[in-house]
Design a protein around this ligand. Structure first.
Ligand code: 9MR
Length: 629
């Protein structure tokens, strides 16, 4: 062994024996939020916090070290929430600085909120990114998608036929556009807006639409909705995805020019599409009634197709190698769709569908691209004035079943992070973010601080309070992810990756070792360390819209709650009477239903029932059956 090696070993042994190590959010702490760091080798010692002038402002004795199993090590969870004056601080153990600069600010999460939302702009297909908005990441247009062909799996056999499938966001590190994954991502962002309208009204994302009167977050989401609508076939069914047959090489969008196809048509995509369109019709109604109307009609048409094609499950064709997004649990999308449609219509038929399918709190499981059950629970629980009381109770129970299990996992947890050993699979960082989304809902429903604190803990985890001392959001933090699996970032010749992207995160299954020259990045007994910041590692270090969306939801909700001083106001449960559109029709003998899809319209900024008289004149009703002018 060389002298150098001996010295190195001695130095690291000394570090382990004598010096404390601290892991913390590297971006910032909210002035009035909980502030914690995980400190190793410091139990019983004083952690001294000094301000920028070197003055001691707070001293906290590090508590007993406790294990956090995913890290495979013990840490003292040091709480310095008392630090409530904006500024920059540094923690010390004795004379040694530990951790990174601590930034305390009222807007500590605003940069990451904007950054993680701006990611969606960088993922735009079918447009050039201008320097004014994209800075050094400006790039040529890729994938106009104006002449997309139909793969035979769509049921359309005309090999020369094409359609315009323009716009939308690239899914991830690849250039595919997949409905199932777009659906949950779009819902998550719509929900972020819906629950925090005041905060997002004027939040500037510096995108091409920033100067119009629509909140930027809705302009960005609209880019994807416009594409999703193109994926609906004339019969109402929705194509599963729009991709090339095989993944492109590691090139810029403009260089990835292989023919694109609509591939497959199935219930998973169709349910998912219907739910998102229903929600979008409501949210966009005040801004663009024509578009909202289009969304409502598309939703109803998709629902009808899905109901009449229950066995149309997507299977990946043999000649296709792009992401499959198979195995989505279709019935959860069905429930979700019926909940969204009931919310905007009040039509009994949708409530009946929810009851027939019987949501069950025991089935509560964290939302993923493959399971939408919690999305429905979120919608029902936050609209108790609309849904049946028993359904609201069940939806709440589902949320608390999960949220309380996350709180329970914080017991004796030295990192104060609500993640357990089993959470570290492909996209584990989205598990953290999605758990945060559940916790925010629990907070909205109860205003109990413990839920908000646990959600902040998960945001802190993603921004550096983890055993790799890593900020998983590109462009933010002292020790950022630098080499994500993301084609533009790999091909653009710029050292730093596109900012605002959440890496997939540690993956104890390391499904991509073969792509990484067999480099085994798993750490035995420490799943939270099983991560490889290398672009080869698509299973631990890719980026994806369904990972960024819950992250944006998490940090955006926390920042909005702190900025406005209040969380979304959930109305009280009230007893309801259901509208029955069929009954309305039956009572109005002079009126009959228009031929197709013409029952729901957006008028005067809201959704109304339109009925066409036999003589062609039209009447309108509100969703409770009252006749309107
Ligand atoms: O996020 C998806 C993950 O849950 C799956 O285990 C994995 C393998 O099927 O696929 C992930 O999704 C990828 C998709 O198939 C294609 N675009 C990139 C996505 C993120 O890695």
């Amino acid at each position: 062994m060389s002298l150098k090696n001996i010295l190195l070993i001695t130095a690291s042994a000394a570090t382990a024996l004598f010096a404390a190590t601290a892991y913390q959010n590297q971006v910032g702490f909210l002035t009035n939020g909980i502030k914690q760091m995980a400190v190793l080798d410091a139990a019983g010692k004083d952690i001294v916090f000094k301000d920028a002038q070197g003055e001691t402002v707070l001293t906290v004795t590090a508590p007993e070290a406790q294990k956090w199993s995913p890290a495979g090590e013990n840490a003292s969870l040091v709480d310095f929430s008392e630090l409530k004056t904006p500024g920059t601080y540094q923690a010390y153990v004795g004379d040694s600085a530990v951790g990174h600069p601590i930034v305390v600010s009222d807007s500590a999460f605003e940069g990451v909120t904007k950054g993680s939302l701006k990611f969606f702009y960088f993922q735009r297909s079918s447009t050039a990114l201008e320097e004014e908005y994209a800075g050094e990441y400006a790039r040529e247009m890729g994938h106009p998608d104006t002449a997309v062909k139909y793969h035979s799996s769509t049921g359309i056999e005309d090999a020369s036929a094409t359609f315009n499938g323009s716009k939308g966001w690239y899914d991830a590190g690849d250039y595919g556009k997949y409905i199932v994954n777009s659906g949950i991502s779009t819902y998550t962002l719509l929900q972020l807006y819906q629950q925090n309208k005041e905060y997002f009204k004027n939040l500037n994302l510096n995108i091409p639409e920033s100067k119009n009167d629509v909140p930027d977050i809705l302009d960005e989401i609209r880019w994807n909705l416009d594409w999703m609508i193109t994926m609906q076939d004339t019969d109402g069914g929705v194509f599963h995805k729009l991709t090339t047959k095989q993944f492109a090489g590691m090139v810029m969008p403009a260089k990835a020019t292989a023919q694109r196809f609509a591939i497959g048509k199935g219930v998973e995509a169709t349910w998912n599409f219907a739910a998102v369109m229903a929600l979008a019709s409501d949210i966009y109604a005040p801004f663009d009634s024509v578009f909202a109307d289009t969304c409502a009609k598309a939703a109803v048409k998709a629902r009808w197709w899905a109901y009449t094609h229950p066995t149309a499950i997507y299977t990946q064709p043999k000649d296709v190698g792009t992401g499959s997004y198979t195995d989505a649990v279709a019935w959860t999308g069905k429930l979700w769709t019926n909940a969204e449609l009931f919310r905007i219509t009040g039509d009994k038929v949708f409530a009946d569908s929810i009851h027939t399918l019987k949501i069950n709190r025991k089935k509560a499981s964290l939302q993923t691209w493959s399971n939408d059950l919690m999305l429905e629970a979120f919608t029902i629980a936050t609209n108790p004035d609309i849904f049946d009381e028993a359904d609201v109770d069940t939806a709440e129970a589902m949320i608390f079943t999960l949220a309380d299990s996350y709180i329970a996992s914080l017991e004796g947890n030295g990192y104060g992070v609500a993640m357990t050993d089993n959470d570290f699979f492909w996209g584990s960082n989205s598990v953290a973010a999605n758990k945060g989304m559940v916790l925010i809902h629990a907070y909205i429903l109860t205003k109990e601080q413990k839920y908000l604190d646990a959600a902040i803990g998960l945001a802190d985890y993603l921004l550096g309070r983890n055993p790799l001392d890593k900020s998983y959001l590109t462009g933010f933090g002292v020790n950022q992810v630098m080499n994500p699996h993301h084609r533009p970032s790999q091909a653009d010749g710029i050292e730093a990756p596109v900012p605002g992207m959440l890496s997939g995160g540690p993956n104890a299954s390391a499904n991509d070792i073969g792509a990484c020259k067999n480099h085994d990045y798993r750490v035995a007994g420490a799943p939270a360390k099983s991560f490889y910041d290398n672009s080869c590692s698509f299973a631990s270090n890719e980026v994806a819209i369904n990972w960024n969306a819950p992250f944006a939801y998490l940090v955006g909700s926390i920042q909005a709650i702190m900025t406005t001083g209040k969380a979304y106001d959930v109305k009280s449960k009230v007893s309801k009477t259901y509208t029955d559109l069929d009954a309305i029709r039956a009572n109005k003998v002079n009126y009959k239903r228009a031929k197709s899809g013409n029952r729901l319209v957006v008028r005067n900024g809201g959704i109304q029932v339109e009925m066409t008289n036999t003589d062609g004149t039209v009447r309108y009703f509100n969703l409770r059956g009252k006749s309107l002018k």
